[in-house]
Design a protein. Structure first.
Length: 364
């Protein structure tokens, strides 16, 4: 699952990416792995994994991960191929969620491409380019469906009406995720188009150090502007995060965070927020060989969760032996959980909960 960092040039995208890629604040069990120069697999910080490690004392620990893509800065006219427009839009189309970095700080030494700081204008610049690209996609589809609709095809007429609604919204500067479709219509006609402005968004407000805990007037304007969208807002002092990452020891980093009034690095909050944005959750397997966090979608069943380990587990699924994370911690070991009668046996219809510790029984 990929989350793409987007924004205008000089808003802090690359600094943020470098913070995530250099997450020294995480323990040695959570290494960062670079796949390509602009793509990184970043570990999801999860204290539950560390707790299970302390209880089980396994040979190794494997965290959940999110793939972060640093996408080239966007300029006006990208939808028509200006700058790195086509490359930018191609890269963003391949992601599952968007981390939209907005400059929410004043600094005369850092030049803004438009000459002044205005996060709402910046947001609208990128929104417009993405909306124009989606409009192009919707119009192409509408042209095709429209021909069938004109022959009296009822299904095509219904689809055309939904596409017209999408078209009107985009023309009015409204992103697809903010348009109220009937759920059935959305799933059948809109979602399959994989439109860029349908992707969930986390707005990352890049602030100066003094505003790291409280935000500022720019952040408040952003919150107001995105209130109608299905989107989250996160306040982050990106330059300060970069300074924290440069410190060698965990103790030094913790002191720096305490001085700022922060409990943990903002990069950790961002990674977890991206995980939520992608509608993901974690279950664990815990044994002496390995304690591991597995990534699944919210709502996945036992067999689907098993399939993440190996497709044979899903095909031959018999049952899952499940321990709630809190029970595992309370009793301290799998054996004691069993003694207390707190291990459950679940079948194929079981919907996995975040934090479940699971064993699968299967037969192929």
């Amino acid at each position: 699952m990929k989350a793409g960092i987007v924004g205008l040039p000089n808003v802090g995208k690359s600094t943020l990416f470098n913070c995530l890629s250099n997450a020294k604040a995480q323990s040695a069990n959570f290494p960062f792995c670079t796949i390509e120069p602009n793509i990184g697999v970043v570990n999801v910080p999860d204290p539950r994994l560390e707790k299970l490690e302390s209880l089980v004392n396994p040979e190794r620990v494997v965290p959940a991960t999110v793939e972060i893509v640093d996408i080239a800065g966007l300029v006006k006219g990208a939808s028509k191929g200006e700058g790195l427009g086509n490359q930018f839009l191609g890269n963003i189309r391949e992601t599952d969620a968007i981390l939209h970095v907005l400059r929410c700080f004043d600094n005369d030494n850092i030049v803004h491409v438009d000459g002044s700081v205005d996060p709402i204008r910046d947001k609208e610049t990128i929104d417009m380019e993405l909306q124009l690209k989606d409009l192009e996609s919707v119009e192409k589809k509408l042209e095709k469906v429209g021909r069938a609709a004109r022959t009296g095809n009822k299904e095509a007429q219904k689809e055309a009406a939904v596409l017209e609604k999408a078209k009107s919204g985009l023309e009015a500067g409204i992103s697809i995720r903010a348009i109220a479709f009937e759920q059935e219509d959305y799933l059948e006609y809109v979602k399959p188009l994989q439109l860029i402005t349908d992707k969930p968004v986390l707005y990352v407000c890049n602030v100066e150090e003094a505003s790291a805990t409280t935000g500022n007037a720019y952040v408040e304007r952003v919150r107001e502007a995105v209130a109608g969208e299905k989107a989250e807002v996160l306040v982050l002092a990106v330059a300060t995060e970069a300074d924290i990452n440069e410190l060698d020891s965990y103790e030094e980093r913790q002191l720096f965070l305490e001085d700022l009034g922060l409990e943990e690095p903002g990069s950790s909050k961002l990674i977890r927020a991206a995980y939520r944005l992608l509608n993901l959750q974690t279950y664990f397997t815990a044994g002496v060989k390995e304690v591991r966090a597995w990534t699944i979608h919210v709502g996945d069943t036992g067999p689907q969760a098993a399939g993440v380990i190996h497709t044979d587990f899903e095909k031959g699924f018999i049952r899952a032996e499940v321990i709630a994370y809190d029970d595992y911690v309370k009793y301290g070991s799998e054996a004691k959980v069993k003694e207390a009668g707190k291990m459950r046996v679940e079948g194929k219809d079981y919907v996995v909960h975040d934090g479940d510790v699971m064993h699968f029984r299967f037969n192929v």
